[in-house]
Design a protein around this ligand. Structure first.
Ligand code: HEC
Ligand code: HEC
Length: 267
């Protein structure tokens, strides 16, 4: 009888341990820890950025920050192994160093990929909110929860669907990943009217132009006298010089908190 109880206890302890391991995947204390992530970032800049780019945005090695490029999603454990052993056949060298250093690197890479809402933020989200709706003028083009402009993508779920690095890159270096259908266009009509906005659809006969007020103009090419389409995104490219590093951190932190998604019952 005693033995049976003991075995049951051992059994449930093992089950508990397994549950804990699988649960949130928090297997190593470095994961999600700001100090460990900062230490990992330092090592990353010294030994990895040469191939994976600043902030893991990609170069000779794959982009580690957008979480979409690779066909598989690595767990924390397999990310650790990938970093430790490398992928010699694929051009990724093994990484020397203590287990602690390797977990710090893993924590950094995991934080790069995580949706911004789940990654630790250093900026002041309240300040970011003030800038977004004030001096930054972000709300002229972007909306959050139905308020704001329509020229740019809706940012209601910015933090739930994009990593911190992707949000930061979008603000600091908008053209970097190419524009995804947000080219700026200026159209002069034969009747003398001038329109400016984002080009939405275009074929040989017509085009659609979304202006700053969110109005969509359907224009026939026969009515167009002149049109200039900028290769650049309509997202202003000068925020890095217009705003301080602290203000950009704050905007990133504010957007990281935006996670409006259809509610799941019990969530
Ligand atoms: C010499 C260039 C180079 C260096 C230095 C390098 N990597 Fe890589 N890394 C690569 C390449 C190339 C791949 C893709 C390998 C493959 O799967 O074919 C890769 C793959 C990876 C992957 C797996 C990505 C995935 O989704 O499968 C991780 C994680 C990674 N590297 C992290 C790091 C870290 C952390 C460092 C620094 C300690 C580092 N790498 C240093 C070139 C490099
Ligand atoms: C003049 C209009 C305009 C203003 C002002 C503007 N943006 Fe944008 N923004 C855009 C457009 C257009 C895009 C789409 C970029 C593309 O793909 O070409 C964009 C893209 C983005 C993205 C990436 C969204 C995605 O889908 O991944 C973020 C994040 C962002 N902007 C944040 C900001 C912040 C923060 C500010 C204020 C500091 C700001 N924007 C000001 C027009 C604007």
């Amino acid at each position: 009888m005693r033995t049976l109880t003991l075995w049951l206890m051992v059994g449930s302890a093992v089950m508990l341990a397994q549950h804990f391991q699988e649960g949130d995947g928090k297997k190593n204390p470095a994961i999600g820890n700001i100090a460990a992530i900062a230490a990992g970032e330092k090592s990353f800049n010294e030994g990895c950025a040469v191939c994976h780019g600043q902030g893991g945005m990609g170069g000779r090695g794959p982009n580690l920050a957008n979480g979409r490029v690779m066909w598989h999603t690595l767990t924390e454990e397999s990310t650790y192994k990938r970093i430790k052993d490398g992928v010699p056949s694929g051009g990724m060298p093994p990484t020397p160093g203590s287990e602690e250093k390797l977990w710090q690197l893993t924590a950094y890479v995991v934080a790069l990929r995580a949706p911004a809402s789940e990654a630790p933020q250093t900026g002041d989200a309240e300040l970011g909110k003030t800038i977004f709706w004030g001096k930054g003028g972000c709300n002229e083009c972007h909306s959050v929860l139905g308020k704001g402009g329509k020229i740019g993508p809706d940012l209601s779920d910015a933090g739930g669907s994009r990593s911190t690095a992707v949000i930061r890159m979008a603000i600091e270096d908008p053209g970097a990943n190419g524009s995804k259908g947000f080219e700026k266009a200026r159209v002069l009509l034969k009747n003398g009217q001038a329109l400016e906005g984002v080009l939405k659809n275009r074929n040989n006969y017509s085009l659609q132009l979304l202006d700053a007020r969110g109005e969509l103009h359907l224009l026939l090419m026969t009515a167009v006298k002149e049109m200039t389409v900028s290769k650049n995104s309509a997202m202003p490219a000068n925020y890095k010089s217009r705003l301080s590093a602290k203000e950009i951190d704050a905007l990133v932190a504010y957007l990281a908190k935006q996670t409006a998604r259809p509610m799941v019952a019990g969530n």
